[in-house]
Design a protein around this ligand. Sequence first.
Ligand code: FEO
Length: 394
Amino acid sequence: MYMEEFAPGIMWVGVNDRITDLFEGMWPLPQGVSYNAYLVRGEKTALVDAVKTPFVDELLANVAQLVEPQGLDYLIANHLEPDHAGGLAAVHRLAPDAELLVTPRGRSILKELHGIDERVREVGDGELLDLGGKSLTFHHIPFVHWPETMATYEGTERVLFSADAFGGFGALDGVLGDDQVDVAAYEDEILRYFSNIVGMHSRPVLKAIEKLSGLDVEQVAPAHGLVWRRDPQRIIELYARWARMEGEPAVTLLYGSMYGNTRTAVEAAAKGVTSEGVPVTIVDASRTHVSYMIQELWKRRGVLIACPTYDTGVFPPVDHALSLLERKRLRNRVAGVLGSYGWQGGAVAKLEQRLGNLKWELVGTLGFPGRPTAQDLEAAHRLGAEVARKVATA
Ligand code: FEO
């Protein structure tokens, strides 16, 4: 049971989930995740967002420290994915006088997914709700992350409740704000959240950032992770950079290898990258969860894909990562591909197709039979160097 007032009349009443293994049934949570819910208290009281179903009692206990759930006047559902809205039906039942506010698009989702159809009001884009001493406005930000999503802005304290936008993985370990931590240590988990969950909707993210830029924001309070009160611009800029898919001037080398032949060429290609003064990070696709592969490739502008031919095609762990990156629509990458084959090729040609689907710039390819020869290793080195040069000058 915990709550924290971080602006006058505005409390965090969320939950740290340290139990769930996989977010959305797919994405590992080794450091947990927080479901941030907030109370805004004027003459009337509003609860902004809720938590995942198994944690609703904890949410209610947090709320009850300030107001009994029966005393809630408004439930604001910025986003209806069940990590936030799973507990909404229970709160709604316990707050018989509360009106539940959603976007018009959210109304049918609220009914179909959460079985809530009464005491619901649709709020328009820009609509104002006066709580008496606190004022809320609603700003529709469709597809960040679902079509019904909105952000809620509290005008007296200038707090933006931004739903999934500006959120990250990682539970809050005895802290709430960016002023209490070394933000750099959180960045990878925030990027993993962004790239895994929101990244496919990068255009809507940029539209939302543009739209919300008109608000005078002192604190960004997302649905997951840190509240940004020291430097809210930092998380907005990080999200904008990731959504533009700029990538750092560095190379991610994603590889798979069965018997070490491709791996030998990987070492040469990596040396080629660093020979140009560009850093390279090598990721073993067979031993890395795809969640992290997506994050690593989202991070850097350069990509080298290395794998053997398997069943006439791309080595499956690498293929899986690239198929998910296609779904996530990662763009703006400079790439090279290489790999070994046994008696006939296949992987390199199919990788070319995949990279074509991704619209990545293909710098060069290298396929070789069996063990790489000295010439093959020189070619791998050259390919690494060429990708690095493109990355450095892009
Ligand atoms: Fe945090 Fe899209 O739910």
